[in-house]
Design a protein. Structure first.
Length: 323
């Protein structure tokens, strides 16, 4: 594991160098998030990641930012935060990440140039401070195109604008390539990497367990640090939980919802120190795990200890208020 002193990184944007314990952290929000949520948590952030705009299924275009997203840019700036626009490949039909849409974009250079040009125009017109790429469920064939996409964005935006990327976490370096992340070339192109060190467990793909245990997070970060320097990496933090019922499909929960379920059931929530998360078992057998403000504090210390750029919290409004 690579250990280093935390090095603040100054990025562009209004009052952008707001570092907390040497960290320049990002908090993600959905369109329509109330201003009061941003105002409440702004003291602990440098950047607001605004989710976002989706590419079309054929990979030829990207949706326009709506009024809610543009409003959040103004809210971010009024609170001294940078504002990054997320671009994703979430299907409007399934609500999940669409690998076919990602491939339709990333395997066609002309489409890459077109979508990058559209995104750069949004940044210039609406005052975003950069683009955050959140293309998931890709395959290794998409890797070269992802690098080209990042390069096109850098080339088409003003020098002070930034390009970040969200990466699915793994403890196996080979798996990054299989998922479409060419770490070396991306390190030469991307300004920041948000390593999504959450969803280690979840209903539909695993049995009950921590959303992102500290030991697993540390190992995944160590794997990434073999190629990408810590000063470029944000440690992903879950501000939510999951349920695992004995029958049927579980669901995601805000931190507040998880606590309410436990209180209404009369169950007892238990803090698990090693993973750094809470868990409970309800009277009907449903198991809950969630990551709250106590969990956030431990990840904050982890990021400082490892010399990371910051934290990347998914998401404001679901998580506890920032300390």
């Amino acid at each position: 594991m690579l250990l280093a002193l935390a090095v603040p990184v100054t990025l562009s944007g209004p009052a952008s160098a707001r570092d907390v314990d040497g960290l320049a952290s990002t908090g993600y929000v959905l369109g329509g998030t109330p201003d009061r949520i941003v105002e409440r948590d702004a003291h602990g952030l440098a950047t607001l990641g605004i989710d976002g705009v989706g590419i079309t299924p054929d990979g030829r275009d990207v949706a326009l930012p709506d009024g809610q997203l543009r409003h959040l840019v103004r809210t971010a700036h009024e609170n001294g935060l940078r504002a990054e626009l997320l671009v994703h490949n979430v299907s409007e039909v399934t609500g999940d990440f669409d690998p076919k849409a990602a491939a339709a974009l990333l395997r066609h250079p002309r489409r890459i140039r077109s979508v990058a040009a559209q995104l750069a125009s949004f940044v210039a017109a609406d005052g975003f401070d950069g683009i955050h790429i959140d293309l998931e469920s890709m395959s290794k064939e998409d890797g070269p195109g992802l690098v080209r996409f990042a390069e096109e964005l850098q080339a088409r935006m003003a020098p002070e604008k930034t390009v970040g990327i969200a990466m699915m976490a793994s403890t196996d370096r080979r798996e990054y390539k299989q998922r479409g992340y060419l770490l070396g070339p991306l390190d030469q192109t991307i300004d920041t990497v948000a390593l999504m060190t959450y969803d280690q467990h979840g209903p539909g793909w695993s049995g009950p367990g921590p959303i992102g245990a500290l030991s697993w997070q540390r190992e995944a970060l160590g794997t990434l640090f073999q190629v990408v320097p810590p000063t470029k990496v944000d440690v992903g933090v879950a501000g939510y939980g999951y349920s695992w019922p004995t029958h049927g499909t579980g669901r995601s929960l805000t931190v507040r919802q998880a606590r309410k379920l436990v209180a209404r059931d009369g169950a007892t929530a238990k803090w698990r120190a090693r993973p750094g998360e809470w868990t409970a078992k309800l009277s009907d057998g449903t198991v809950l795990w969630w990551s709250d403000g106590d969990s956030y504090a431990l990840r904050q210390q982890l990021a400082v200890d490892l010399g990371a750029h910051g934290l990347a919290l998914w998401r404001l409004g679901s998580a506890d208020p920032l300390p």
